[in-house]
Write a protein that binds this ligand. Structure first.
Ligand SMILES: C[S@@+](CC[C@H](N)C(=O)[O-])C[C@H]1O[C@@H](n2cnc3c(N)ncnc32)[C@H](O)[C@@H]1O
Length: 402
């Protein structure tokens, strides 16, 4: 008997338990994740070494100065063997990861769809799910398979399809980008920081833009009790998958398929508007429309907080080059352009008073020692690096009483 024939049919308690990889499929997924992490955690130091020892000196000889931007480094390093090895491992891992999951999803997709449908009809936790089959997809969603994931976020091949949601949501959002990026840490980190810095702030509701399957949104309810959770996303499969997961976990979330460029909520609806890893995938003119919408739907005294890659201005050239890798290799063409902007200025342009804006790296709630949190707030400990113990955030507070 092979592992396909022996795989068990366990009791279905949540949608993830319908993702039943064979032994070989599971091992392949883990191998690819480890390969990807090996590039990120280890080979990147070889790239840095190669840059310092050969690429930078050659650039200095030719130009009489060091590279000043990440893009200059990208152009100079292109043919370096270490960089090519690092990049090809990352690209291949990124492409192999969905392939390693697809067979298990296709085998049990009918059951997954039925499960999500039943949960959406019954709503045991009292949440809601609203999809919009007529919603027009922006070209930055449809033109490329974002993250090299076939079908991207939005593709649907069956009625009430959840396949892309499971593909991107089950286990990890693609290969784990970083061990610190466990789902929920981002929401937990932002809510902890908000609570520490704005002790008067007691939001009654939160809107997460580009929520995908709402995993980060859930974490906000832990820090702020009685918080009503709202999440919007352009893509339905992730929302269906996230809704099924949340309802089965007893978490009440209101998820709806919407374009954040035209949010379907009245002015002044929310105390808190958040997002994570959202803006860098979006065309720059659209990011400005979304930020203006975030401002519009905030109540007076409300706060917007977005977790994103730090802008170019906050990083040295080599770090910018490494952070911008996805622009050229991971089907995320807006990445570099987004980071080239001034994040504080973006909040001001959206309507936030300049004095109320913030842009900083906050501690990751799960990895930063609790005992040092007060010291961090007082500026007494070194600021953790984004993605390595910290998260860059930008936003502002709307004028008026909360
Ligand atoms: C990189 S994922 C981030 C998901 C999640 N926030 C997280 O932190 O893991 C970006 C999400 O934004 C969604 N998205 C992209 N453009 C959008 C738009 N205009 N309106 C709403 N959602 C959008 C995508 O469908 C995707 O789910």
């Amino acid at each position: 008997m092979n592992s396909d024939q022996t795989r068990e049919r366990e009791t279905v308690t949540n949608i993830d338990s319908l993702f039943r990889q064979t032994h070989d499929e599971y091992v392949r997924t883990r191998y690819i994740a480890n390969l990807h992490n090996h590039a990120l955690m280890s080979l990147r130091f070889d790239v840095k070494d190669a840059y310092e020892k050969s690429v930078r000196p050659a650039f200095e000889r030719d130009h009489g100065r060091s590279p000043e931007t990440g893009h200059e480094i990208y152009k100079a390093i292109g043919s370096n063997l270490f960089y090519r090895t690092y990049s090809s491992i990352r690209c291949n891992a990124q492409e192999m990861m969905p392939q390693s999951k697809q067979a298990a999803i296709e085998r049990d997709l009918r059951e997954m769809i039925d499960f999500a449908r039943t949960v959406a009809n019954e709503n045991p936790a009292g949440g809601t799910l609203k999809t919009d089959p007529d919603l027009e997809m922006p070209s930055y969603i449809t033109a490329l398979d974002v993250h090299l994931t076939p079908g991207g976020y939005h593709s649907e091949f069956a009625e009430d399809d959840v396949a892309q949601g499971v593909l991107l949501g089950v286990g990890h959002c693609g290969p784990p980008i970083n061990p610190a990026r466990v789902f929920g840490n981002v929401g937990a980190s932002v809510s902890k920081w908000l609570k520490s810095v704005f002790p008067d702030f007691a939001p009654s509701n939160v809107l997460d833009m580009g929520t995908q399957h709402g995993s980060n949104l859930m974490a906000y309810a832990k820090e702020f009790s009685q918080l009503e959770l709202y999440g919007i996303d352009i893509a339905a499969p992730g929302l269906r998958y996230g809704h099924a997961k949340a309802e089965q976990a007893g978490v009440k979330m209101h998820l709806s398929q919407q374009n954040a460029e035209e949010i379907d909520f009245p002015d002044a609806s929310f105390d808190l508007v958040v997002s994570s890893f959202f803006f860098h995938e979006i065309a720059v003119p659209s990011t400005k429309r979304i930020l203006a919408e975030a401002f519009r739907v905030l109540k007076p005294g409300g706060i917007m907080a977005n977790v994103e890659l730090p802008p170019h201005k906050a990083c040295e050239p080599f770090l910018n080059f490494m952070y911008d890798w996805d622009t050229n290799h991971n089907n995320e063409p807006n990445f570099r352009n987004f980071r080239s902007q001034d994040s504080a200025q973006l909040s001001v342009e959206a309507g936030f008073p300049e004095h109320s804006t913030f842009e900083l790296t906050i501690p990751d709630a799960a990895t930063f020692p609790e005992a040092q949190y007060a010291d961090f707030l007082d500026g007494k400990v070194p600021v953790p690096l984004h993605g390595r113990g910290g998260w860059f955030i930008f936003g502002g507070r709307k004028s008026g009483a909360s």
